[in-house]
Design a protein around this ligand. Structure first.
Ligand SMILES: [Zn+2]
Length: 403
């Protein structure tokens, strides 16, 4: 188990092939492929004990792997929900950013309007100044002329004063207007300053929002990297798990052969097609062959059986007469019954519900006999019967065996 854990953490093909070689060596040491026929009862019993022991060991390894895969699934779920939360925060940050950008745009146009107003005010002030200067000049010149008039003609001095007063009053009006224009100009200039300050603080807020958003994006990226590495780990563990499955199958095959030799009973099979393993027709939810893995979502996963969707507790019936060679928890298959029908033909009934196995190892069962109840134990997403047919341990499409 320790070896396996190390393997999972480090991975690598080298180590994996070591693992493979070692397990193959162990298997061939325990399981000489010939000679069962020559064994006496006590040798068979001895061999069976050895096999039972290795099945127990291998199953412990398998359940460790299954546990690890489940843990990884949990971690992935957790990280995915964290990513969802981050994405929510990013959406909010994006909205805030957009809002600030809009506000800044408004400030920009406000400033533009104000700059225009300021320019117009400056122009008005300039014009007023110019016309005042012109009037000053006119008054001065008129004053000079009137002065000469007064000197040389000594008449209409009153007229001169009148005109002079009139000019003076126009000039005073000019001056008042100019003052108020100057005040306007000042006010507009101050408003400009205020808008510019508002713009600056908006820009700071914008920078902060951008920083928050990019920080969140980085966080999300890191989470996605974590998921990627978990996926790799999981993929590796699933390969090991598959190898483990094969190993257990080989052990079960050997066990069946030994049990048969010991009991010396051969079960007569009816030699016709297999019977439907449930009391009535239920929909086939997944066919034999490659498919998208219902748990990892990966495509190209091979599916070794026929999934029949039936409610939990539905009776499972032996598809043919035979000897029960497995009737127990079986790694990712959960509660499993395997029946050996002779001539290398087996049928498998995994995922039975808790306490749903209704036969025991070594039982002889009749075609159509109740052997268990539908459930969702092991690597399963809901109640169904995964009906599997094997010929010399190789999975074959069950549909070619059914009526
Ligand atoms: Zn299945």
């Amino acid at each position: 188990m320790v070896v396996l854990l190390n393997l999972c953490c480090r991975g690598g093909n080298m180590r994996k092939s070591y693992y493979f070689i070692i397990s193959t060596l162990i298997l061939s040491a325990i399981l000489p492929n010939t000679g069962i026929a020559q064994m006496n009862q006590s040798q068979i019993n001895q061999e069976l004990n050895k096999i039972n022991k290795s099945i127990t060991e291998e199953k412990a390894k398998s359940s460790t792997i299954t546990k690890e895969i489940n843990q990884i699934e949990q971690q992935k779920k957790q990280i995915k929900s964290e990513i969802t939360a981050i994405q929510g925060q990013m959406d909010a940050a994006g909205e805030k950013l957009f809002d600030l950008q809009q506000k800044l745009k408004i400030k920009d146009s406000e400033l533009q309007d104000n700059v225009n107003r300021l320019n117009e005010a400056i122009e008005r002030v300039d014009e007023r100044k110019k016309s005042m200067e012109t009037r000053l000049k006119v008054m001065y010149m008129n004053g000079m002329i009137s002065y000469f008039d007064v000197l040389f003609s000594s008449t209409s001095f009153g007229d001169f004063i009148e005109r002079f007063e009139a000019l003076k009053s126009i000039l005073e009006q000019d001056k008042r207007l100019l003052d108020s224009l100057e005040k306007d100009r000042e006010m507009i200039a101050q408003t400009n300053l205020a808008i510019k300050q508002q713009q600056e603080s908006l820009k700071l807020l914008l920078q902060e929002a951008e920083r928050v958003k990019s920080e969140l994006a980085l966080k999300e990226k890191n989470k996605e990297v974590a998921i990627l590495s978990l996926n790799q780990k999981e993929e590796y563990l699933e390969e090991v798990s598959e190898e483990q499955e094969k190993k257990l199958m080989a052990l079960a095959s050997k066990q069946a052969a030994l049990l048969k030799a010991r009991s010396n009973t051969s079960v007569k099979s009816s030699n016709s097609k297999l019977q439907w393993p449930l009391p009535k027709k239920y929909p086939i939810t997944s066919n034999f062959g490659t498919r998208i893995d219902p748990i990892t979502g990966k495509s190209g996963a091979s599916h070794n059986g026929l999934d029949i969707g039936a409610p939990s507790g539905t009776s499972i019936l032996a598809a043919e007469a035979g000897t029960v060679i497995v009737a127990q928890w079986w790694s990712t298959y959960g509660n499993t019954v395997v029946i050996d029908h002779g001539n290398g033909l087996w049928t498998l009934y995994p995922h039975m519900r808790m306490n749903g196995i209704k036969v025991k190892k070594g039982d002889l069962v009749k075609r159509g006999q109740l052997i268990g109840e539908v459930g969702s134990t092991g690597r399963s997403t809901g109640p169904h019967l995964h009906f599997e047919v094997r010929v010399n341990e190789k999975a074959i499409n069950p549909e070619s065996f059914l009526n």
